[in-house]
Structures are given as C-alpha cells and as structure tokens.
Design a protein around this ligand. Structure first.
Ligand code: NDP
Length: 294
C-alpha cells in the first residue's frame, strides 16, 4: 500500500467484537440446550426483579430474550417494591427446592430494606448462575469454579477467542470489586497470567499499567486509561460502562488514544457488555447439566 508523502501509516488495534463473540457463545448454548431437550431435560432460569428500576427492567428483559433465543425456559417473578425480605427469601427457598429450575438470578440492586448479601447467600450454590455466592467465589479462588461470575468470565472468553494466549503474560487489572476486578484477576491467574491488581490506593498506576501485556480496566471512571499509560502491543479489555452527560456510553479506556498502541482492544459499547448475558446463558447450561448428572 502506498502512502502520500507526509502521511504516516497509522497502526490500529484489532477490535475485539463482543457482539459476534457473544452470539457465537449463545449459538453454542442453544445447540447444547437442544441436545439436553432431546435427553428430556429443559434448562430453566428463574429471574427475579423487585421494584421498577428502569435499568433493571431492561437487563431483565434482555436476559429473558436471551433465554428464549437459547432455548432456555425462563420463569419470571416481578415483585412489588414493598415486598418484605422474608417473602423474597421464601421465594428463593421455593426455587431452590424446585427441580425444574436450574438457575436463580436476583436482579440487583434490591430496595434498601432488603439485605442483598442475605439474599445472595440464600441462593443454593448450584443454582447461583451469577457466580456471586461465597461458595462459588471460593471455588474460583482455588481454580475449580464451574459457575463463574459472568462479566469476568466474559472477559476471559474475549481474550481467548481473539487468539491471545494468557499464559505467562503480565496481566494488570485496574479495579478490585467483588463483581469484576477480583474475579477477573482470579480467572487470569487460573490461565497462568502473572496478575497485578490496582485500586484507588495504588501508587504510580501509570507505571504498573505500562508493564501490562493484557490490561483489564474495571474502574468506573470514563476514559481513565490514557494512551501514555500503556505499552505498544497491549491487549485491552474495557469493562467500564459510563454514561456521559451527552447520553453516550463510554468505557474506562480512552479508546482513541489507546487504540493507536494496542494490538487488540474492546470497544464500548459492543465489547464486554454483550458477553455478560452470554456467559449467564452458559452458566444456566452448566447448572442444568450438573443438576441432572449429564
Ligand atoms: P466499583 O465501583 O465497585 O469498583 C471500582 C474499582 O475501581 C474499585 O476497586 C476502586 O478502588 C477502583 N478505582 C476507583 N477509582 C480509582 C482510581 N482513581 N485509581 C485506581 N483505581 C480506582 O465498580 P465495578 O467493578 O462494579 O464496575 C467497574 C466498571 O465496570 C463500571 O463502569 C461498571 O459500570 C462496569 N461494569 C460493566 C459490566 C458489564 O457487563 N460490562 C458489569 C459490571 C460492571 P477501591 O477498591 O480502592 O475503591
């Protein structure tokens, strides 16, 4: 290819397309679900929504649509905001007992009068398709998890399905939340990455990020990772979903700057976002197979 004098060939990262990869995963799930139905088992997910949080309503609707696509039955419980903690716990007990139901998902956040932790602990670990129960978190930390937290597991799929080998790589995770930073760090470690976790008290975060072969950003601050914080060839997974004042979505990574140096990068939207539901569907299948000894 010829370039005009004065023009420099710009290096561009390969964009990791979360929409396509998540669709591949949902199609794989659909195939397995069909095989299970042939064996007389219909995978089934119970989705519980308390109150009328508009964002939660959208998430729940998307989860039900994904179930339909994948051939997973969904049981829907849309409960009034005023429901008591006891009533919610009783419903979870009933679903724990219900042999037809393989997975239980309680959409967060819950109203303030309900103790989220108590609710998540009540879900039977084998039906914990969000992977938030301490039992499953413990399994994750010893490298034996079957039901892995969905967004972190989605990050690993994005990396692996892009053909990037994690083994031996310097992996830097920015963020240490229980739902993203910590579990994604454990999963990278399980893939033999050399993992460093950064957080708000980390000194010289730029120096740490510059060492990364693989960088996962889960900070919740728009455009936090700048071009001068990464090295050439880095693989960047941007978990952040931030709504800007103009209504647009943006990640934790300054895409325009970082894309010029990265070898692979996820966009926002269309990167990690669609993976969460795909991995939830995968977890439903894992739970269903385990419960039926298949
Ligand atoms: P949290 O707010 O729970 O955690 C943010 C983490 O970032 C904390 O560990 C915090 O450190 C760290 N942090 C904050 N400020 C800084 C700083 N200045 N320097 C270094 N570290 C800092 O967020 P989540 O993990 O829940 O989510 C992170 C992002 O991912 C959000 O944008 C969220 O919307 C998105 N997300 C996307 C999902 C998806 O499906 N794609 C799913 C879940 C989340 P400390 O612990 O010290 O406070």
């Amino acid at each position: 290819m010829k370039f005009k004098r004065g023009l420099v060939k710009r290096k561009m990262a390969k964009i990791i397309d979360g929409k396509t990869i998540s669709l591949d995963i949902k199609n794989e799930v659909k195939q397995i679900a069909e095989n299970l139905v042939e064996k007389g088992v219909k995978p089934c997910l119970a989705v519980i929504l308390v109150g009328q949080n508009p964002a939660s309503q959208v998430y729940v609707r998307n989860k039900k649509t994904a179930c339909e696509y994948c051939g997973i039955k969904s049981l829907s419980y849309e409960l009034d905001e005023s429901i008591s903690e006891k009533e919610l716990l009783d419903l979870i007990d009933k679903l724990n007992e219900n042999k037809e139901c393989n997975g239980i998902l309680v959409q967060l956040p819950l109203p303030k009068h309900i103790d989220e932790n108590k609710v998540l602990l009540r879900i039977s670990p084998e039906k914990d398709v969000d992977g938030f129960h301490p039992y499953n978190v413990g399994l994750l930390s010893i490298g034996k998890a079957e039901l892995k937290a969905c967004t972190p597991a989605g990050c690993i799929e994005l990396i692996k399905r892009s053909g990037v080998d994690i083994s031996g790589k310097n992996c830097v995770v920015v963020g240490r939340s229980n739902i993203v930073g910590k579990p994604v760090s454990m999963l990278l470690l399980a893939e033999n990455g050399t993992v460093t976790i950064c957080h708000s008290k980390t000194k010289d975060i730029k120096a740490v990020c510059k060492e990364a072969d693989i960088l996962v950003a889960a900070v919740g601050i728009p455009n936090f990772i700048k071009g001068d914080m990464v090295k050439e060839g880095v693989v960047v997974i941007d978990v952040g979903i931030n709504r800007l004042e103009n209504g647009k979505l943006c990640g934790d990574v300054d895409f325009e700057e970082v894309e010029k140096k990265a070898s692979y990068i996820t966009p926002v939207p269309g990167g990690v976002g669609p993976m969460t539901i795909a991995m939830l569907m995968k977890n439903c299948i894992v739970a269903c197979k385990n419960q039926n000894n298949i």
